[in-house]
Structure formats: C-alpha cells, structure tokens
Ligand binder design. Structure first.
Ligand code: 6PG
Length: 243
C-alpha cells in the first residue's frame, strides 16, 4: 500500500460514489479497446453501497454485456446464505442490471472447499486462456481490509497465501474457522488496476500502521499488495482519523 495513493472522502456513501465513478470511467475506457472486461470483486460490508449505487444509478452508463465478474474471495457457504459474497452482489447489483448470467463466475460455496478451489482456478485459467505457469491479469480488482489487516481471505495466520504458486487456495477464518476460497497474492498483484475500499474508524489503527510502515506492519497481509500500478486507496475520514 502506498500512502501517495490515498483518496479520502467524507464517509462510506461518498467513497462508494467516488469509486463508482472511477469504475465507470475505467470501464468506459476499456470498452473502447476490449470486448471482454474482467472484474474481481470483494465482499464484506464496505462494498454494499457501491453495488447498490451501480445497480441503481449506473445501469444505463455501463455496457454490462462486456463485463465478466469474478470474486477475490468468497465464503464456503451456499449462495442464499447471508454470508455469501456472491449472494450479496447478486441481490444488490446483478438482479438490477442487464448482465448475462454466463458473465458471472461465482464461487460455488456449497461445494467441497478443496475441490471448489481447484474448479475455480481451472475456470480462471480457461477464461484467461493461460498456461499453468502464467497469471491472469484482471482488468479491475478491488479489495477491502479487515480490522486484523487481512485482505481478500488472506489472514495474518496464513501469510503463505501471499506467495502461493496456485491461483486460488482454501483459507480459514482465524476466529470462526469458516472455510473460504481466495485468490492468492500473486494473482491480486498481477491485476492491471487494484483498488482498496477502506472505511470506518475500526480500520484507522491498522491503516495508519501500514501506510506509515510502523513496527509490525508487515505482519498484515494488506501490506503485501504491490501491483505494478500502485493500488489506489479509497477511504473515508474516519479510516484516516480526520474528525
Ligand atoms: C470478505 C472480504 C474481506 C473484506 C474485509 C473487510 O469476504 O469478507 O472479501 O476481505 O474485504 O473483511 O470487510 P468489511 O468491508 O466488512 O469491513
């Protein structure tokens, strides 16, 4: 994470609006030069407003048929579980726009985690037409950050996922033990444009520690996200300690 890439707004709604504008501008640019645009999204609570906004105010501005959605991570739960990142994105966004279902590549959370991780990895390789030794380059990828400094579903107790030679791995939530499927560090860092969406005072301490490279910052997975083009960090005042 590069402190120079910080973009701070009043609150979560303002972050959602600003990032929706950025996303749409990027999509409009890509639409001019590509037939297919790959977007990898995160879950959790932060992007809820973003998904709602895209589904309500940007329906007409986006050529949805060109977009192809993947997940940075998802929980190993059925799609109708309130825990499902796919289920959340579907109800807030996909159910409101003309996006063909064939363009949505969700993690099948109801399946066996190890088998699903392999299936998802194969699906990504096939979509990007890449060999075993290559990495996919997602056009746009956005991340959140947990209060423990995790990102995607790469948690501090599983730092090895940052350097995995696989595209996807099974992760374990440190408190609940919940299994998750996550993209690995090399895949995240290979994306063309990476963004963080980080809001709320609960993230302030960790964000400060990472941005200012304070003692122990490297123990947080979010500190190890270094795509070629530095990730833009969309935050609100609460997350950067501005009252
Ligand atoms: C998930 C996310 C995860 C999330 C962070 C922040 O599946 O939960 O992908 O990495 O981005 O946990 O979550 P909040 O936005 O809820 O704070």
């Amino acid at each position: 994470m590069d402190a120079n890439q910080l973009r701070t707004y009043e609150d979560n709604p303002a972050v959602a609006k600003a990032f929706a504008e950025e996303m749409v501008q990027q999509i409009e640019e890509l639409t001019k030069i590509q037939d297919r645009i790959s977007i990898a999204v995160s879950g959790g609570s932060t992007p809820k407003l973003l998904f709602e906004l895209l589904g309500k105010e940007y329906r007409e501005r986006i050529d949805w048929g060109k977009l192809h959605f993947f997940w940075v991570d998802d929980r190993c739960v059925p799609a109708d579980s309130p825990e499902s990142n796919y289920g959340q994105t579907k109800s807030l966004l996909f159910d409101h726009v003309d996006l063909p279902e064939k363009n949505i590549f969700w993690v099948q959370g109801e399946k066996d985690p190890a088998q699903e991780s392999q299936r998802y990895e194969s699906l990504i390789r096939e979509w990007f037409q890449i060999a075993e030794t290559e990495l996919p380059e997602f056009d746009l990828l956005f991340l959140g950050m947990g209060t423990d400094g995790h990102t995607a579903s790469i948690f501090p107790h599983e730092m090895e996922l940052l350097n995995s030679n696989r595209l996807c791995e099974v992760a374990t939530h440190p408190e609940t033990g919940q299994k998750r499927i996550t993209l690995t560090g090399p895949v995240i860092n290979a994306a063309a444009k990476v963004y963080f969406l980080i809001t709320g005072s609960s993230k302030k301490k960790i964000l400060d520690q990472i941005l200012n490279q304070k003692d122990g910052f490297l123990s947080y997975p979010a500190a190890h996200i270094h795509p070629s083009l530095p990730a833009k960090i969309y935050t609100d005042k609460a997350a950067v300690g501005i009252s």
